[in-house]
Design a protein around this ligand. Structure first.
Ligand SMILES: *[C@@H]1O[C@H](CO)[C@@H](O)[C@H](O)[C@H]1NC(C)=O
Ligand SMILES: *[C@@H]1O[C@H](CO)[C@@H](O)[C@H](O)[C@H]1NC(C)=O
Ligand SMILES: *[C@@H]1O[C@H](CO)[C@@H](O)[C@H](O)[C@H]1NC(C)=O
Ligand SMILES: *[C@@H]1O[C@H](CO)[C@@H](O)[C@H](O)[C@H]1NC(C)=O
Length: 319
């Protein structure tokens, strides 16, 4: 019996360790990993140019790596942005791990995952030393610290690419019930997070204090956001228990089109009441109206001023 429980414990640990998917990113110090690190040497779980077997490897700080790549690494880890980044980072301790990606080039600083950038797995000879490894120090504010309605996150996993799916509605983070939740829904959800595909979907119970916001999710294959398939309900409406809470693993899979989502793409909230300005170069209706009102007022005041001046000079009161 004792042996059996040890076996299951090992199995559980093994499964937990296997929670990384292709493209998972983590930060290590002195070769060790903790999900609480917000700074450290960057490792990505990927394949090499000579083998399709996935393994952890470093990213080379070469001439194409820059602020965008560093910001996106922090986004993928669930942080709002980059504080400092560089190469070597002896203060984090070299990890003795081989370089797996170089020539990382990112078109937007607002992308969500490194998959949305271009990169190469053929490693240049100038990239093989541990002193060339990218390290990052992320801003510790979470990407979901000021959430929009319909924003999602994965919680309760070891890595940022796996966990219980949580959705923000009515000012509270809640869960998603697994009724009818299928591969198409899982893919749309992973797209919202910046990945091209899901690797697995199962269940991971949330807290009983959390609402269950979504049930019978139904996305189409063209959906790029869970928030465009299912809008937030005004109140809970389901027949589910938390044991049915959906958990997801997201990954990079080149067989599927990569996500083009940025930090705010899936935000359906009405824009906050900012004064509407005509866009640059636009002398459109609002611009013209505001302009004409001002010219008219200016003209009227000018005329009044002139009349006063003439009147005042005629009466010798002021001249
Ligand atoms: C819950 O289940 C009952 C009985 O099966 C059904 O009548 C009802 O419509 C269900 N409600 C929801 C929200 O699915
Ligand atoms: C939902 O999760 C429950 C509990 O894990 C499981 O028994 C059930 O088969 C799942 N339903 C679907 C549709 O996947
Ligand atoms: C991508 O996903 C599909 C379906 O899940 C799978 O058959 C395929 O092997 C994956 N591609 C790679 C490169 O692993
Ligand atoms: C100005 O208005 C026209 C028609 O109302 C519209 O087609 C155009 O895009 C607008 N231009 C700008 C700069 O807003």
């Amino acid at each position: 019996m004792k042996l059996l429980s040890i076996f299951f414990l090992c199995l559980a640990l093994f499964c937990a360790v296997q929670a990384q998917t292709r493209g998972t990113i983590r930060l290590v110090r002195n070769g060790g990993f903790s999900s609480s690190y917000t700074s450290g040497i960057v490792q990505i779980y990927y394949f090499t140019s000579t083998s399709s077997i996935l393994r952890w490897g470093n990213i080379c700080y070469d001439s194409s790596f820059g602020y965008s790549g560093a910001s996106i690494i922090c986004h993928q880890l669930g942080y709002t942005g980059i504080s400092t980044f560089g190469k070597g980072g002896e203060r984090f301790g070299y990890d003795g791990t081989a370089t797996i990606l170089n020539r990382v080039n990112c078109a937007s600083t607002s992308y969500l995952t490194l998959e949305q950038c271009s990169f190469s797995t053929s490693i240049s000879s100038t990239c093989t030393s541990d002193t060339e490894d990218v390290y990052v120090s992320c801003i510790t504010t979470r990407i979901w610290s000021s959430p929009y309605s319909g924003q999602i996150r994965l919680r309760g996993g070891i890595y940022s690419s796996y966990g219980r799916l949580e959705v923000y509605c009515n000012g509270q983070w809640g869960t998603v019930c697994n009724n009818t939740f299928d591969a198409t829904d899982a893919r749309a959800t992973c797209h919202q997070l910046g990945y091209s595909n899901y690797n697995t979907y199962k269940t991971l119970a949330g807290s009983s204090s959390q609402p269950i916001w979504l049930d019978r999710v139904s996305c189409s294959s063209s959906s790029n956001c869970l928030s465009s398939c299912e809008s937030c309900p005004s109140s809970q409406y389901h027949n589910c228990s938390h044991s049915q809470d959906v958990a997801l693993g997201c990954e990079f899979n080149s067989s599927y089109s990569s996500s083009t989502n940025t930090l705010r793409t899936c935000n359906n909230d009405p824009p906050t009441s900012r004064p509407t300005r005509p866009s640059s170069g636009g002398s459109n209706k609002t611009g013209v109206t505001v302009g004409s009102v001002f010219s008219a007022l200016f003209f009227i005041f000018g005329v009044i001023f002139l009349f006063c001046l003439i009147y005042c000079c005629k009466t010798d009161d002021c001249c």
